[in-house]
Design a protein around this ligand. Structure first.
Ligand code: NAD
Length: 383
């Protein structure tokens, strides 16, 4: 039985509530291999599609990270997953007893893989329990939430990292290097497009269609990759943003969220970025940076695997194959472990998540008012 608060939360989409085993999950045949003594133990919060299909299987490749505990609202799923990963009974938690992780010395860090609207609350709870946090993207649904999360990390004197996996992915890392070396000459234009067609659903059925859990929709979920790419390919922060957002009427998928968001960022150098994201157009995941001497084209740009990248300059066409994209998952786990154990600087800290939420707020602000929004270098509005 759900408590009345949880039932209310479920209706409104604001409480952590157990869900069925996601589609297509393949649990490991053998429990995890033993890791080095200073391996960081993670508690996984939310056993959804991304945690079970992508992140958890990749702990195997991490040198310094292991799954130490699980937190789920579905007892059957919790038992099946814990048995498969070899998580002992005393390290299996429901949401109700989450605070008990404080006394579990085997848990160093918490990985938040819940719907985006729950990131802030559960990150703050993890810090209250004295643990470090790896939080999925988007960091939260507002800059105010991000600021609270950063303050909670400081109070607890613990690390906060946002799971922006492209900062650990070989193609995107090489793209950053190439752009830093001026491979396209002077940058003029970045174009990114992250879209797919959402199947029939409604805000009650699917958290991605629910405003309380997903914010405005495709921009926070998928378009955030294009926004990130625009920033790490240009190496700049926009000084102004203009945008439009569209929500069709009479479509239950878009009763609460936008179907498309399109924005234009102008950088101090004069370069411009055009970002498009949609939940209602045929699938694409592309990024392109065009300058005075050539163009760097990535498609797919930010996938789990199978990314492609080409640099065109005049008649030259160079295709890159910098390595296996699937290393990105384990590398981000080891990166947080290195920050925890050795004090290494986090490449994707809470401040980066906050920066991005400020820009997302500016995009929605412009779409709502029809005005260009002028920004300070930290993404706050210029008054
Ligand atoms: P999902 O719906 O498959 O899983 C969400 C899980 O959260 C559920 O299975 C359940 O265990 C838990 N949950 C707790 N309360 C819930 C509630 N009220 N409603 C729904 N689920 C609830 O979603 P997902 O695709 O795994 O996404 C989870 C998070 O991971 C999101 O923040 C998303 O943005 C992020 N994500 C990141 C990537 C990436 O490439 N970095 C990819 C996919 C998802």
């Amino acid at each position: 039985m759900l408590s009345s608060r949880a039932a209310l939360g479920q209706a409104r989409g604001t409480a952590a509530v157990g869900q069925p085993m996601p589609y297509g999950v393949k649990l490991p045949d053998n429990p995890q291999r033993a890791k080095r003594p200073d391996s960081v133990g993670f508690a996984i919060v939310g056993l959804g599609g991304y945690a079970l299909n992508q992140m958890m299987p990749r702990f195997e490749q991490a040198e310094r990270a292991h799954v130490a505990a699980l937190v789920s609202g579905n007892p059957d799923k919790l038992q099946r997953v814990a048995d498969a990963y070899g998580v002992p009974p005393q390290s299996r938690y429901s949401y109700e007893v989450f605070a008990d992780i404080a006394s579990n010395r085997g848990i160093d860090a918490v990985y938040i893989a819940l719907p985006s609207g729950l990131h802030a609350e559960w990150t703050e709870r993890a810090f209250a329990a004295g643990k470090h946090v790896l939080c999925e993207k988007p960091m939260a649904l507002s800059s105010a939430e991000c600021e609270r999360m950063i303050a909670a990390a400081r109070r607890a004197d613990r690390k906060l990292m946002i799971a922006y996996r492209c900062h650990f992915e070989p193609y995107n890392l090489q793209a950053m290097d190439l752009m830093g070396q001026g491979a396209v000459g002077q940058l003029r234009l970045i174009r990114t497009e992250q879209s797919y067609r959402m199947g029939p659903t409604s805000p009650m059925e699917n958290w991605r269609a629910n405003r309380a859990l997903a914010g405005g929709g495709p921009l926070e979920d998928y378009g955030i990759y294009g926004l990130q790419a625009a920033l790490y390919l240009s190496g700049e922060m926009p000084e102004s943003i203009s945008a439009t957002a569209f929500r069709p009427s009479n479509d239950p998928r878009f009763a609460e969220i936008f179907a498309h968001v399109s924005s234009q960022l102008r950088f101090p150098s004069g370069a411009v970025a055009q970002l498009v994201t949609s939940y209602d157009s045929a699938g694409i995941n592309a990024a392109e940076a065009r300058g005075t001497e050539g163009a760097l084209m990535m498609q797919p740009a930010t996938a789990y695997s199978g990314n492609e990248m080409v640099l065109e300059a005049g008649r030259d066409r160079r295709k890159f194959a910098p390595g296996d994209s699937t290393v990105q998952f384990a590398r981000q786990l080891d990166h947080l472990a290195d920050a925890i154990r050795d004090g290494a600087q986090i490449r994707t800290p809470g401040e980066m998540g906050l920066r991005d939420l400020r820009l997302i707020e500016a995009i929605y602000g412009s779409a709502e008012t029809g005005r260009t929004i002028l920004l300070n270098p930290d993404g706050t509005r210029r008054s």
